[in-house]
Write a protein that binds this ligand. Sequence first.
Ligand code: MG
Length: 245
Amino acid sequence: MKTYGRSDQGLVRNENQDDFLIRPVESGGYLLAVADGIGGGPAGRRASHLALATIDNAVGTQVRDVSRLASALSLANRTIFEMGQKDPELEGMGTTLTAAVLYPDRLLLAHVGDSRAYRIAAERIIRLTMDHSVAGEMERAGTITAQEASEHPKRHVLTRALGPFDKVRVDVADMPWTPEDRLLLCTDGLTSVAPDEEILRTFMHYRGTELIDRLIGAALTGGGPDNVTVVVAEEIAGPGESHGG
Ligand code: MG
């Protein structure tokens, strides 16, 4: 398995409050995460960095249970909340966090906020996370469609994040994985600009570093209104397989 990650400030924001983490675990797996900080001043950037550092420390190298990942997110929430309580400059600090432990045959996933995980296989893209935003909750409840959610005026208003409150509910998933499956974790800087079909097309044509460059490029071509971060994990293409172009 190969992993790739890149974060870009975008074309409008004056700092990058996004961050990502990639590190190997046992059994050929990887711990992968993206975070999108919220809060004014230094708060957002501090929150996303602190969340990833906490996850990195709390998740061991053998993670055969998704509850381990969920506990790490809860710990990150408490750590950020307490820091926000102590320092008035950091009050209200928070972050999204979408974290995965990916083994060649299994995906463990935990998330809070509107950074997403996708599974891309052959010619299909499947969103694995529901946005914890006002629009995302309406979509989850079935009152609006995914298309309506993508255009909803409250699509950026988060209903859950790590940090603002002393407790948080973490969504988890545990599913089988195959060598054909490719994983994308990304912040809303990508998905607010590039629809799922465009992300799928990019995956069908590119792999590796060129793929993540093209995904970042799609966000920038779309105006780069936000920080944008992408993390990809995929098997190395076998002989005879297309490398795109
Ligand atoms: Mg963002």
